[in-house]
Design a protein around this ligand. Structure first.
Ligand code: MEV
Length: 445
């Protein structure tokens, strides 16, 4: 690597110092880049300090569009859902599906379970039988010695649910785990769980040291960490209506044909992992956007969702569809470990506003809103795919983006939209159209 690209003590530089070093060593036009980086600093210093506090080596902010999808009726209550996403069409699709289902009874959701998990991984070289024989006493000690950490959570109705001993010695010599389950109420619970796990490890070590029967073995704690896989923290979101009420569709397509084709599209995503990945990506278009807007951890939600989608041995659709006795049903089961207190939810000014916009839901209600948004997104994508195809809507937005980047005027935009109604949109085709329009060679509508 070139020497000017290496640096010692970067983190010690001031923000301006960091920008200076970066623009001088990595960019061709340092002045412009500096101006651009500074232009995204928050005008309010206190707000900027809050943002800087979330990460390290921050030099600027990275703005993302903050949109809303109104008309989400969930269990009879109407929400305007905040969505942070950079992909065009997603918010429009969610809004359109929300409106569609609002006229057909809305979304129905239910929380199936809310258990979160953590693991203490350790090696035990002594007698398995002796260790297992002591496990009830070990468990009692672990829970008792964790009281200081759990007291507050218990007041809120949460705490430790259970601690199980998992024997993995058939896969790796001497390897065991404590599989610990928790109820963390309205917090996502990462800090709470990790603190409990580290305390469990200390108590486990002292139990072994104090117990004569276990003296001949060696205990080595490897690590303590929550699991982001929470297959017992599940929400179900559902929509349902008579097939005849699904409305009218382009061309020859009847509501019955639409329902069957839609169901086939879901079936394909249950049979084929290539399609399932794209299908579920569509669900996460909606899920991630709300997770981000409410200051939750989208990496954890994605990782968990994809593991859950593979729980039966192959990667499959997270949503299901049934057409039976003239009724169209479409639903989604999703593990969602989210919080409405703690973490970024109360620190990020816009996350706070998002929660306010949603009526300050508790974590269960937020799980329901997120799942409904994921289902809406999935519905909108499949509806397009089995009717007009996805490109029609996408190309509209693509055309708008190209027109903006080519500085099209208010007068030119409707002309371009009309011209490209039935034509293939590409950057060069749009540029050519505008050039002709501007030189008078293209007729204005
Ligand atoms: C694009 O972001 C999402 C879709 O590909 C989802 C799907 O194919 O179901 C449209």
């Amino acid at each position: 690597m070139e020497d000017n690209k290496k640096i010692k003590g970067f983190s010690k530089l001031s923000k301006r110092g960091k920008i200076k070093w970066i623009v001088e060593n990595f960019f061709k036009d340092p002045e412009n880049v500096t101006r651009e980086m500074l232009s995204y600093w928050h005008s309010n210093e206190d707000q900027q300090k809050i943002l800087d506090g979330f990460s390290e080596n921050t030099i600027s902010n990275f703005p993302m569009p903050y949109g809303v999808a109104p008309n989400f009726e969930i269990n009879g209550k109407t929400y305007c859902v905040p969505m942070v996403i950079e992909e065009s069409s997603v918010v429009a699709a969610a809004s359109s599906a929300a409106k569609f289902w609002m006229a057909r009874g809305g979304f129905k959701t239910e929380i199936l379970s809310t258990t979160k998990l953590g693991q203490v991984s350790f090696k035990w070289s002594g007698s398995k039988e002796a260790f297992k024989g002591n496990f009830d006493k070990i468990k009692t000690k672990l829970i008792a010695e964790c009281k200081q950490i759990t007291a507050n959570m218990e007041k809120r109705g949460g705490g430790i649910n259970d601690i199980e001993l998992i024997d993995l010695t058939d896969r790796e010599k001497d390897l065991f785990q404590l599989k610990c389950s928790f109820e963390t109420c309205d917090s996502m619970g990462a800090n709470f769980i990790n603190s409990c796990l580290e305390q469990f490890a200390k108590s486990l070590i002292s139990y072994v040291e104090e117990t004569a029967e276990l003296k001949e073995g060696e205990l080595n704690v490897i690590m303590c960490i929550l699991s982001n896989y929470t297959p017992d923290c599940i929400v179900r979101a559902k929509v349902e209506c008579p097939v005849a009420e699904l409305g009218s569709f382009p061309g020859e397509m009847t509501a019955e044909i639409f329902a069957e084709r839609f169901k086939d599209a879901v079936t394909i995503a249950h049979l084929d992992s290539y399609r399932a990945t794209t299908h579920n990506k569509g669900i996460f278009n909606g899920v991630d956007a709300v997770v981000l807007a409410t200051g939750n951890d989208f990496r954890a939600i994605e990782a968990c969702g994809h593991t859950y989608a593979s729980r039966n041995g192959s990667y499959r659709s997270l949503s299901y569809c049934k057409v039976e006795d003239g009724i169209f049903s479409f639903w989604l089961d999703l593990p969602l470990a989210v919080g409405t207190v703690g973490g970024l939810t109360s620190l990020h000014p816009m996350a706070k506003r998002s929660l306010e916009l949603l009526g300050n839901p508790n974590s269960k209600e937020l799980m329901e809103i997120i799942a409904a948004t994921g289902l809406a997104q999935n519905f909108a994508a499949l509806r397009s795919l089995v009717t007009t195809g996805i490109q029609k809507g996408h190309m509209k937005m693509h055309l708008q983006n190209i027109l903006v980047s080519l500085n099209a005027t208010e007068k030119e935009i409707p002309n371009a939209v009309e011209y490209f109604k039935e034509k293939v949109v590409s950057f060069s085709a749009v540029r050519e159209f505008l050039e002709k329009l501007r030189s008078g060679k293209q007729i204005i509508a």
